[in-house]
Design a protein around this ligand. Sequence first.
Ligand code: NAD
Length: 341
Amino acid sequence: MALKVGVIGTGMIGQDHIRRLTKVLSGVEITAVNDIDVERAREAAPYNAEVFDTPQALIESDNVDAIVICSWGPAHEEQLLACIAAGKPVFCEKPMVTSEESAIKVIEAEVAFGKRLVQVGFMRRFDSDYRQLKRVIDSGVVGTPLIYKSVHRNASVPSHYISDMCLNDTLVHDADISRWLLSDEIVGVEVRYPRRSNVGGNDLKNPVIVLLHMAAGAIVDVEISVAIQYGYDIRGEVSGETGVASLPNRPATVVTDMNGIRQAMPEDWRERFIEAYDQEFREWIIAAEQGTATGPSAWDGYASTLTADAALRAADSGKFEKIAMIEKPALYGEQHAMAAE
Ligand SMILES: NC(=O)c1ccc[n+]([C@@H]2O[C@H](COP(=O)([O-])OP(=O)(O)OC[C@H]3O[C@@H](n4cnc5c(N)ncnc54)[C@H](O)[C@@H]3O)[C@@H](O)[C@H]2O)c1
């Protein structure tokens, strides 16, 4: 029997996930949708799906086994807590929540429930290139990782994107993938602003360099550029004691013609990570059918929230800002392991 899924938030990524769950993946049926914009929910609702007036009613419906949350970040805490109270597996887009206090509430509720229910939408962990990079690092072939360079370049960002969002919206992907690749926690953050780009709006402090200090001593050097114009460019490179392993931007067909030799760039995250999103949901469906969750956890959501908060403080102070984590509950065990493929 198909897993009955309710989707909360039917905006840009909500619609993309509805397309994926109805047209790409199997073993799943969307039975319910909700959005504060009711008209948008109606337009996005697949045939036969019920449009609910409130997230709470959708979560509690007997016709919903598991939930996908694609609403705005500040709405996530209440919706996640309702899913945990109902004992239903939930996939929540990043950011899991927008404050440390909220993240701890979600962790405490899940721990009290006694079983993992929450998966956070850090799709890079499901990308085949990142998985290969992790295999190489874990094999020890480049020795102990000392430096990781993470490049995150967007062609452009919407007009509502403000400078802080480089740190509390975009950086969370680099923070999470760094923790996962290096099997380590972030203990402090520095932020530096180089010469400002005049492209993409005068108010935007762009680009930005963020240094993530890892517990074992490695440093992650993150470049975030959000108005690079030429495309979506995601790269990573780990320098170990005895070698270097790189993740270039995803290779595309090489075209040779009278204009020279060139490769197309992905336009945006939907194109670059399309297979990663599919795989993320394939694994989520398998776990949700068992009434649980695997993949990035509420602990990972908490860690990225702390990193975003510390980065905002570091941007203000110009100094190293320390991160202090609560003790990790046993429920989150060996959280850096790669999920079964
Ligand atoms: N993993 C990724 O790469 C990735 C990419 C894009 C967006 N996101 C995340 O996904 C989430 C949604 O982003 P988006 O780009 O689709 O935004 P969006 O604005 O296009 O859509 C969000 C939708 O949620 C609805 N909504 C807001 N609050 C709600 C509430 N309380 N209850 C019900 N519906 C509510 C809005 O009306 C809107 O339709 C954000 O948290 C964003 O950070 C993740």
